[in-house]
Design a protein. Structure first.
Length: 231
């Protein structure tokens, strides 16, 4: 019996797609979970993947909690994950999915600067980092690459990019500074003390060779605008 459902979970939506059973001798389809908080873009990815006879989208999610729930229920072979989920940390989700499902292929899909985010995504457990500008063919190729591991489908990032020296937490603080949030607001959002955020700010200034706090905020604001991360 095909299984289909759509649920509201912790403010987000996830759905499971009806599955068809292939009784032929051909190889089983690769079952894919698609995680993106933009409904139109997610629908486009789903439609593109469904056109390939080797792939089957078994579920969708628009936030991290829903994604982990769907993955636990359906055990997909692979997941396509957008790094910038509304009110969620895509890198954290990648790390959690890798921990919960060691054999799952994880394909990160993002508009963010690959020079900064590709190394962090790979460290978190992703197998591939693909720009949203690359189109559906790049996603399909990554999903169909044999094995659960493999090299990134894009060339390696420029390790000399200034922001590549920031840790994942420092990058989170840097982005929120660029979005205009205060130290106290960032501390509350990340669940740490204001003193911890101040320490991160000092470390970021040192790594980026910025002379003072105003220079840090200005640099962060400029990068956030360039990356389209203003909220």
């Amino acid at each position: 019996m095909p299984y289909f459902g759509k649920y509201r979970l912790s403010g987000g939506v996830f759905s499971t797609h009806s599955a068809t059973i292939d009784t032929s001798t051909t190889s089983p389809k690769i079952r894919v979970l698609v995680v993106d908080d933009h409904p139109l873009f997610r629908a486009g990815v789903v439609a593109a993947l469904q056109q390939d006879p080797a792939l089957e989208v078994c579920g969708e999610a628009d936030n991290a909690i829903a994604a982990r729930d769907v993955a636990a229920r359906l055990r997909p072979d692979a997941a396509v994950v957008d790094l910038m989920l509304k009110d969620d940390d895509g890198l954290k989700l990648v790390r959690e999915l890798r921990q919960d499902h060691p054999r799952m292929k994880l394909v990160v899909l993002s508009m963010l600067d690959a020079a900064v985010y590709q190394p962090k995504a790979m460290q978190a457990g992703a197998n591939h980092f693909i720009s949203k500008l690359d189109g559906p063919a790049a996603i399909v190729a990554a999903l169909q690459q044999p094995g659960s591991g493999g090299r990134p489908s894009r060339p390696g990032p420029d390790s000399t990019h200034a922001l590549s020296v920031l840790s994942e937490r420092e990058l989170q603080v840097f982005i929120q500074l660029g979005q205009g949030r205060s130290t106290q607001e960032i501390a509350a959002a990340l669940g740490v003390s204001a003193k911890t955020i101040e320490s991160h700010r000092e470390n970021i200034k040192g790594k980026l060779d910025l002379p003072h706090a105003n220079a840090l905020v200005a640099r962060a604001a400029l990068w956030v605008r360039e990356q389209g991360l203003l909220r």
